[in-house]
Write a new protein. Structure first.
Ligand SMILES: [Zn+2]
Ligand SMILES: [Zn+2]
Length: 160
């Protein structure tokens, strides 16, 4: 039993390491290695997202990319965002109220969002390591979602 648990733990560690190694590579290099064209649009979007520390909406990505590539259309941005998400080079996260944000894959983290005031807080992945292991153990799944959003009521709103 303990051995089995350890196996799952090891598998999990390997999965995370694989993900991390992938993220550590330059995204443009990864694209090239996967045989995709590194277009100026894709490069510009990747740069915009890598340079921002937080979470950008598609509109924010569009506005920032437009400064680098004047004339780029919104449709192009949306299409390329979808493509980069599919390739695992950026993350798309649902952060409540139908809002979707895009972010870099370089920092493993999760989110807590307050249903009342909309406050959001980042949770380091290390806090959830046990939960992920247990999830893999009981389900047999090799979980590869590294960006989870939890909803709740923040401490400020609770004391109101
Ligand atoms: Zn995030
Ligand atoms: Zn709140």
């Amino acid at each position: 039993m303990i051995e089995k648990f350890f196996m799952v733990y090891l598998l999990k560690e390997i999965a995370i390491k694989k993900f991390l190694t992938m993220s550590e590579k330059e995204p443009a290099q990864t694209l090239h290695q996967q045989g995709y064209r590194v277009t100026p649009q894709r490069l510009a979007i990747l740069n915009v997202i890598e340079e921002s520390d937080g979470h950008l909406s598609a509109m924010e990505v569009y506005e920032r990319t437009r400064k680098i590539l004047p004339g780029v259309t919104e449709a192009t941005i949306y299409r390329n965002l979808d493509f980069l998400v599919d390739q695992g080079l950026i993350l798309m996260a649902h952060v409540g109220s139908g809002k979707v944000v895009y972010e870099s894959t370089r920092r493993l983290h999760h989110h807590l969002i307050c249903r009342k005031c909309g406050a959001s807080q980042e949770i380091p992945h290390t806090l959830l390591t046990n939960l992920f292991e247990e999830l893999s153990r009981v389900s047999g799944y090799q979980v590869d979602t590294f960006h989870v959003t939890f909803f709740g009521i923040c401490s400020n709103c609770q004391s109101e």
